[in-house]
Design a protein around this ligand. Structure first.
Ligand code: PLP
Length: 395
């Protein structure tokens, strides 16, 4: 166990022995404590020991795969990155990353973005005009979790179809309206693969062809929100380019399962990428010496892509384990996201946090556990042990 200092008030810090006043020092410094008024992050609770020392319970953070921290190797790659002004197109690391992603996705070109949200929203805008309708799966991230940006920034209406992130060509056709002055024109189909709120569900590869053909027949452009396309490719054992092929644009994230601190990329044809460059600038996403960030993305692609299979295996374990304990868990996860259904989501999330397990709460009656680079198989086992006594709360 790491060395910890006794719980006591120091200087002008708060006097109460209350874990809310104790924050962990950065991870590299082990479990040292300092007093602040912020909520703890690394250390979620304290156990008193017979010697009066506070023993930290290390948090197992399963809220999202975005919580990973750059590894020492990644930090080194960032520190050594060659940089230039990317608004002038002169950052060699950014250019390398864009070429690399374009190749991986089988597209002519690609553009680096600061976030998945900006990447998606720029792509929606490039394919549409204000007042258009975009069709997407039920609970699509572009509708549910991007701050209303599609309406606010591009004047779009999003109509959702299907369930669990999936729909058929017939469901798509049924959502289309006749060309008539009463109806807003439907101009874009957006598929989210994997689908975040459907427990990381992979869009079935045998449906991709028929659905995209139906969209083309109706004259729609196609965008893929592939924040976790890497996970879909690993789960299916297919190259990412095979999953990207039907789409005009594909956004992918480097800051989720791949473990980079920042960054998304949109790939597509040369033309569309040039138009995206202007939209990115309009949205305030033109970055200067962004090579330090692109270097993290390149490192992630080199070192942290294949290991996504470990996250998938680590997600199956809590799904099975939680079900065995009596929690209501949906289907066994195809990738790295487990959804728990419970009427007591808020209380259970709070109690889990007190036990040092951080869970996400994507809905009033849902909790989420996401496996990632910074969670090992042993962490998952430990989380199950800590969660077991809470099953009576789940209702
Ligand atoms: C499917 C999906 N798309 C887009 C995003 C947005 O990414 P960012 O948080 O980088 O804006 C997320 C984030 O979790 C996501 O899950």
């Amino acid at each position: 166990m790491s060395m910890v200092r006794p719980v006591e008030s120091r200087g002008k810090g708060p006097k109460r022995r209350d874990s809310r006043h104790i924050r962990a020092a950065p991870r590299a410094e082990g479990f040292g404590f300092q007093f602040t008024r912020r909520r703890p992050r690394e250390v979620s609770s304290l156990r008193s020991t017979s010697r009066g020392y506070a023993e930290p319970v290390r948090s197992i953070d399963l809220r999202s795969d975005t919580v990973t921290r750059p590894s020492p190797g990644m930090r080194e790659a960032m520190a050594k990155a060659e940089v230039g002004d990317d608004v002038y197109g002169e950052d060699p690391s950014v250019n390398r990353l864009q070429e690399r992603v374009a190749t991986l996705l089988g597209k002519q070109a690609a553009l680096f973005f600061p976030s998945g949200t900006m990447a998606n929203q720029a792509a929606l805008r490039v394919h549409t005009r204000p007042g258009d309708v975009v069709i997407a799966a039920y609970e699509a991230h572009i509708l549910r979790a991007e701050g209303g940006a599609a309406a606010a920034l591009s004047g779009l209406q999003i109509e959702t179809i299907g369930c669990d992130g999936i729909f058929t060509p017939d469901e798509l056709r049924a959502a289309l309206r006749p060309t008539d002055v009463h109806y807003a024109p439907t101009t874009l189909l957006a598929i989210e693969n994997t689908h975040n709120s459907a427990a990381g569900r992979v869009f079935p590869s045998d449906l991709l062809g028929p659905v995209s053909s139906a969209a083309r027949e109706a004259g729609l452009a196609l965008h893929c929100d592939g924040a976790r396309l890497w996970n879909a490719a690993v789960a299916l054992g297919l190259p990412p380019a095979a999953l990207a092929a039907p789409f005009d644009t594909v956004s992918v994230c480097l800051s989720k399962g791949l473990g980079a601190p920042v960054g998304s990329v949109v790939a597509g044809g040369q033309d569309v990428v040039e138009r995206l460059r202007r939209i990115r600038k309009q949205l305030g996403g033109g970055m200067r010496q962004a090579g330090v960030l692109a270097a993290a993305g390149l490192y992630a692609l080199d070192h942290q892509l294949a290991r996504l299979a470990d996250d998938h295996a680590n997600a199956r374990r809590p799904a099975d384990g939680l079900r065995a304990l009596g929690f209501e868990v949906g289907a066994t996860p195809e990738t790295n996201i487990v959804i728990l259904r419970t009427v007591a989501a808020a209380a259970l999330q709070r109690r889990a946090r007190e036990c040092g397990v951080l869970l996400g709460r994507p809905g009033a009656d849902r909790l989420r556990a996401v496996t990632h680079l910074d969670v090992t198989g042993a962490d998952v086992e430990e989380a199950l042990v800590r969660l077991a006594p809470l099953v009576t709360l789940a209702g």
